[in-house]
Write a protein that binds this ligand. Structure first.
Ligand code: NAP
Length: 288
């Protein structure tokens, strides 16, 4: 980082906690590779300080920001404009600052779709089972519905899944259903399913022994995507691989949401393989 000058543009991520974020290492590697005079840093911002932190983006002329837990929804009242998808989803993970005007985007949604596409998976007209109804599930379910998938959303708190399904049905004519997340609904929905996406935090480090789907319910015909990326291979992914099912790890979505954010700040397409390798090496270091 010895070539930082008075002209260097600043990007970053705001969240709480944020020290574990993969984004600084991915974006800085891509800036270096493309020879761009940008730097990316992590800002720990508490909920109480969020409004002032957003004012700081304007006053310090920070070019771009990623937003992570717990600010993806609560940042919205402080921004000036939104891309339609982010508004529809009700969550922002990327902000672009153009001369003090802050526009909110959601790159989790296209990032997830690109992760499917890069693994040769096309959800159009297929039945997709989504586990969870939190922030990531909202982005993923809108992206899938927009692309013509039929959705079954299962959540531990049924009411949240029901509200999300209701919201989606107001916009899309696809079949969209909500169910409680339990063994019976899983057994019933997995039959005939094309893709299952885990968006719950079950299986995430340090609770790596957890899995949201009992092994005996998995079939090799069902593609399994787990958006949890720490560990890289969750118990769900390992068990699906063991029976010969196709699997997609959360790292792909993480990298692609970063690629799309980077494009918005710089106007350039970053080398996705470099971002992925950097994230892989950092995650590998955490796991060893
Ligand atoms: P969130 O808004 O807090 O939602 C968490 C979801 O997990 C809720 O549906 C919650 O159900 C469910 N859940 C939590 N503990 C559970 C348990 N013990 N049993 C069953 N369900 C449980 O979080 P989020 O932002 O959606 O993130 C969810 C996960 O996705 C995290 O692991 C995050 O790291 C990962 N993620 C990955 C990417 C990527 O790029 N790969 C992007 C975003 C998020 P209730 O409603 O019942 O509480």
């Amino acid at each position: 980082m010895s070539n930082i000058t008075g002209k260097t543009k600043v990007c970053g991520i705001i969240g709480d906690p944020v020290a574990h974020s993969m984004s600084p290492i991915m974006h800085n590697a891509a800036f270096r590779e493309l020879g761009l005079d940008f730097i990316y840093v992590a800002f720990q911002v508490s909920q109480n300080d969020l409004k002032e932190a957003v004012s700081g983006i304007r006053s310090l002329n920070i070019k771009g920001i990623n937003v992570t837990i717990p600010h993806k929804v609560t940042i919205m009242p402080y921004l000036d404009r939104f891309e339609p998808l982010a508004k529809e989803i009700g969550a922002v993970n990327t902000v672009v600052n153009e001369a003090g005007t802050l526009t909110g985007y959601n790159t989790d949604a296209p990032g997830f779709l690109q992760a499917l596409d890069s693994n040769g998976v096309d959800p159009k007209g297929k039945r997709v089972i989504i586990l969870g109804a939190g922030g990531a599930a909202r982005a993923i379910s809108f992206a899938l519905a927009e692309n013509g998938a039929h959705l079954i959303i299962l959540n531990r708190t049924y009411d949240t899944a029901d509200k999300l399904a209701h919201h989606l049905r107001q916009k899309y004519n696809n079949q969209i259903q909500a169910l409680p997340l339990n063994k019976e609904s899983l057994a019933q929905t997995i039959k005939g399913g094309y893709l299952l996406v885990n968006t719950t935090s079950v299986g995430m480090s340090p609770n790596t022994a957890g899995t949201p789907v009992e092994t005996r319910l998995l079939t090799r015909e069902l593609i399994i995507c787990d958006i949890v990326y720490h560990p890289l291979e969750t118990r769900l992914l390992k068990e699906a691989q063991r029976i010969g099912a196709k699997t997609i790890s959360g790292l792909d979505m993480l990298v692609w949401q970063g690629v799309f954010a980077f494009e918005k700040w710089t106007g350039q397409r970053p080398p996705e393989s470099i971002m992925k390798n950097e994230a892989l090496s950092l995650l590998g270091r955490h796991e060893n």
